[in-house]
Design a protein around this ligand. Structure first.
Ligand SMILES: *[C@@H]1O[C@H](CO)[C@@H](O)[C@H](O)[C@H]1NC(C)=O
Ligand SMILES: *[C@@H]1O[C@H](CO)[C@@H](O)[C@H](O)[C@H]1NC(C)=O
Ligand SMILES: *[C@@H]1O[C@H](CO)[C@@H](O)[C@H](O)[C@H]1NC(C)=O
Ligand SMILES: *[C@@H]1O[C@H](CO)[C@@H](O)[C@H](O)[C@H]1NC(C)=O
Ligand SMILES: *[C@@H]1O[C@H](CO)[C@@H](O)[C@H](O)[C@H]1NC(C)=O
Ligand SMILES: *[C@@H]1O[C@H](CO)[C@@H](O)[C@H](O)[C@H]1NC(C)=O
Ligand SMILES: *[C@@H]1O[C@H](CO)[C@@H](O)[C@H](O)[C@H]1NC(C)=O
Ligand SMILES: *[C@@H]1O[C@H](CO)[C@@H](O)[C@H](O)[C@H]1NC(C)=O
Length: 683
């Protein structure tokens, strides 16, 4: 097959090459009617676009040809259009760059913020990238439901910017999601809060632009070359379509006429909607009657081209099949590995078995909505109670998370981590089967409506056990496992309040590639590590931060994030840090645990929480240190009057290496349309 393909393709290529230039020249730029102009300066304006209302297919395709400073330019609303391709269904337009500059002379930062919002286009995900330039620059694009960004750093030794290379050193790129028609550029002040590194012009840039048109120069970081090259604009490729309908919808739509009117034309569905293309072997404009013609490419070439297309399709099909088998095969290997690591404890359940256990996934059996799926209570044939986690919708991201959770949980075995008993692989989305933990979550215990008394020693034990479990994940497993979504509703409790850490949907096995990322923020409001928000790097210290919030919950009995509270009381962390600063710790602690004897102990716990909540990850203790400290405090509490213990308590109190508390501040600024304004912000 492979040989045949190459042999046939070669002559076809040669022939196509021979005929191609002539063929291209014979395709005229077609307008709707003779009165319609098809040129603006030297830019072709083919139908369905038009320069007058009666010349465009509909108002979304009306362009404007105007003379600006003596040069003739084509505009689509306020976007300058530089090229239109009917064959590809794409337009090339210019967009504005967003910029953040530090001025050493007057110690200010100025911003030029660009945004784009187009209704007749989507940004081509294949042709463009988000490009970010700068040193210690964290910039991102906010778009419909995505945040897209990457981190660009410079370091004289390891991260020296190189001409032509955009992979994290002074320059980084991220892929665009499909179907985006709106975005805004943002900067996260200066990522490294200290003074920007470069002295002359310290600017960071973020823009979306045609990948092909970008070539990184190290001088972009030291001069205003990038900004000045094209009047602070970059070219971007847009996909257009006749309407938002798919081909199937367009063909039956009675309200708007179907646009592919030429014979020998096909309908193509793209990220925008639908558009038309001349059938293989034909060229021209599919939007006008008789627009697609055989051109000068002879019949022989046509036949060969068709044969080639067929062969290429066959080859792709074969490739797809191979890939599928490979995946299945790889999946089996992975699964066998899991089985061997977990021994026989890991069971494969049949779909039928789980249906029976959960009474056909009866809504009455739903006990929780973890991560991305529902969790059902079930009873197996041998009367063993289980929890069955099942995805609600099937999407690739969630499938991956399920797989990840399966792999991670199969590797751990700890008494404070919820046990994975097995899974069901028969269904399209795997279901996971866990041991059943009867007494709900820590969140329910503390914020449920029972107002149950929970003693200080129980709280300390829950804290200690959860910390142990997380420390185990961080240090005992290889590669280290980061939980990624530590919160009170992910800590389950069994009959005697033994803590069991659960929900590994957000976990990762090992640190990901530093230079490039596309992140869809995971984690929960109120628990999210501010440093993770800045660097997009999930670290073990992110879990420590979230755990610090859990400690606060345990000893204040307040929710981590209180949506209904006044602005300054929404975040438990901020309430706590401000109470600590003003020596009002006792005001926010839970009444149930306060008494005259345990003040020092409570202060010690609060200090531990404060250390976990340090702004900068390196200043936070490790999970192991947290667990050890909680263990010591627990022992102190159990035997408070023995001399060794009071000594230990004093030594504990002595070693609080306090550093000043950082507070997150958010700066507000208005976004200037098309970067027309620079806004100044004092630092
Ligand atoms: C075309 O551009 C000119 C000058 O910018 C403007 O006055 C006019 O309103 C525009 N027409 C349309 C249809 O956008
Ligand atoms: C239209 O067809 C040509 C080849 O005939 C192909 O190169 C092009 O990508 C197609 N356009 C679209 C939008 O699918
Ligand atoms: C600071 O300096 C920059 C560049 O010299 C200038 O554009 C900006 O207006 C100045 N800002 C203030 C507040 O003086
Ligand atoms: C984008 O423009 C459309 C109308 O053209 C508007 O409805 C929408 O709210 C705008 N989106 C944003 C985020 O501004
Ligand atoms: C990159 O190219 C520019 C010229 O375009 C040159 O001035 C600069 O020194 C080069 N930088 C590096 C790191 O080679
Ligand atoms: C921030 O920059 C300073 C000085 O340039 C450097 O010493 C420090 O290590 C940087 N911090 C981080 C977190 O990169
Ligand atoms: C835990 O749950 C079991 C079964 O639902 C119940 O009998 C027991 O009282 C609960 N224990 C606590 C401490 O709430
Ligand atoms: C910006 O923040 C200041 C105080 O920090 C506030 O007074 C002002 O109303 C805010 N402006 C906007 C537009 O939110």
């Amino acid at each position: 097959m492979e040989k045949e393909y190459t042999r046939l393709l070669l002559p076809a290529h040669l022939l196509l090459l021979l005929f191609h230039p002539a063929a291209a020249d014979t395709v005229p730029v077609v307008a709707r009617s003779p009165g319609c102009s098809t040129k603006c300066g030297n830019i072709d304006v083919p139908y369905p676009f038009g320069l007058d209302p009666q010349c465009a297919i509909h108002s979304g395709f009306e362009l404007n040809c105007t003379t600006v400073n003596g040069a003739t330019k084509l505009f689509h609303d306020d976007l300058e259009v530089i090229k239109i391709s009917v064959k590809d269904g794409k337009s090339w337009v210019k967009t504005w760059i967003s910029r953040q500059c530090y001025h050493r002379a007057n110690d200010t930062i100025t911003y030029n913020n660009a945004w784009i919002n187009v209704s007749t286009y989507v940004l081509s995900a294949d042709d463009n990238k988000v490009v970010i330039l700068g040193c210690d620059s964290l910039a991102y694009m906010l778009s419909d439901s995505y945040i897209i960004g990457c981190l660009s750093t410079c370091d004289d030794k390891t991260q020296r910017p190189k001409n032509g290379s955009c992979s994290g050193a002074g320059c980084c790129q991220a892929n665009l999601p499909r179907g985006v028609s709106y975005y805004q550029g943002f900067f996260n002040s200066f990522y490294n809060n200290s003074e920007p590194r470069l002295s002359s012009t310290s600017c960071n840039y973020v823009t979306v632009m045609e990948t092909k048109a970008f070539n990184f120069r190290s001088t972009y970081l030291t001069t205003s070359e990038f900004w000045d090259a094209d009047g602070s604009r970059t070219p971007v490729v847009m996909e257009w379509g006749i309407s938002r309908n798919t081909c199937q919808e367009a063909k039956v739509d009675k309200e708007t006429p179907y646009a592919c009117v030429s014979s020998n034309s096909d309908c193509v569905t793209n990220d925008f909607g639908y558009l038309c293309n001349c059938s293989s072997g034909y060229k021209g404009n599919p939007y006008v009657v008789g627009g697609c013609t055989g051109g000068s490419v002879g019949l022989v070439v046509l036949v060969i081209a068709i044969t080639c297309a067929y062969l290429i399709r066959e080859r792709r099909k074969l490739h797809r099949i191979k890939k599928k088998y490979y995946r299945q095969h790889g999946g089996m290997l992975l699964f066998q590995e899991m089985k061997s690591q977990q021994g026989i404890a890991f069971k494969i359940f049949s779909e039928e078995e789980l249906q029976r256990a959960t009474n056909m996934f009866d809504e009455k059996n739903v006990i929780g909505h973890g991560g991305h799926g529902k969790v059902y209570k079930g009873v197996l044939k041998n009367d063993v109670q289980v929890a069955v986690k099942r995805c609600m919708t099937i999407d690739e991201q969630q499938k991956k998370e399920f797989g990840k959770e399966m792999l991670i949980l199969s590797q751990v075995n700890h008494k404070n981590i919820v046990k994975l008993l097995g899974c069901c692989l028969e269904v399209e989305v795997p279901m996971l089967v866990y041991e059943f933990i009867p007494n709900g979550t820590l969140f329910q215990l503390f914020h449920g409506d029972h107002g149950q008394h929970i003693s200080l020693s129980t709280r300390l034990r829950i804290a200690y056990e959860s910390a142990e479990a997380l420390a185990y994940l961080h240090s005992c497993a290889s590669p280290p496992i980061l939980h990624g979504d530590v919160k009170s509703s992910n800590i389950l409790l069994d009959g005697d309040y033994t803590a069991k850490v659960s929900d590994f949907g957000a976990s990762i096995l090992a640190p990901t590639d530093m230079s490039q990322f596309v992140t869809y923020v995971q984690g929960t409001c109120g628990y999210l590590d501010p440093e993770y928000m800045q660097t997009w790097q999930l670290t073990d210290k992110s879990d420590v931060y979230s755990f610090g919030v859990v400690i606060l919950e345990l000893f204040t009995r307040k929710k981590a994030f209180n949506l209904d509270g006044p602005e300054h009381e929404k975040s438990l962390t901020l309430v706590f840090l401000s109470a600590m600063k003003n020596n009002r710790l006792m005001d926010i602690l839970d009444e149930q645990i306060k008494n005259d004897e345990n003040t020092e102990l409570l202060e010690e716990i609060a200090e531990l929480a404060r250390q976990c909540l340090e702004m900068s990850g390196i200043n936070r203790p490790s999970m192991k240190e947290v667990a050890d400290k909680l263990d010591r405090l627990r022992k102190v509490m159990q035997h408070p009057w023995t001399p060794e213990n009071s000594e230990e308590l004093y030594s504990l109190l002595g070693d609080s290496s306090v550093s000043s508390t950082g507070v997150v501040t958010t700066e507000n600024f208005t976004i200037a349309k098309n970067a027309a304004m620079g806004l100044e912000l004092g630092r």
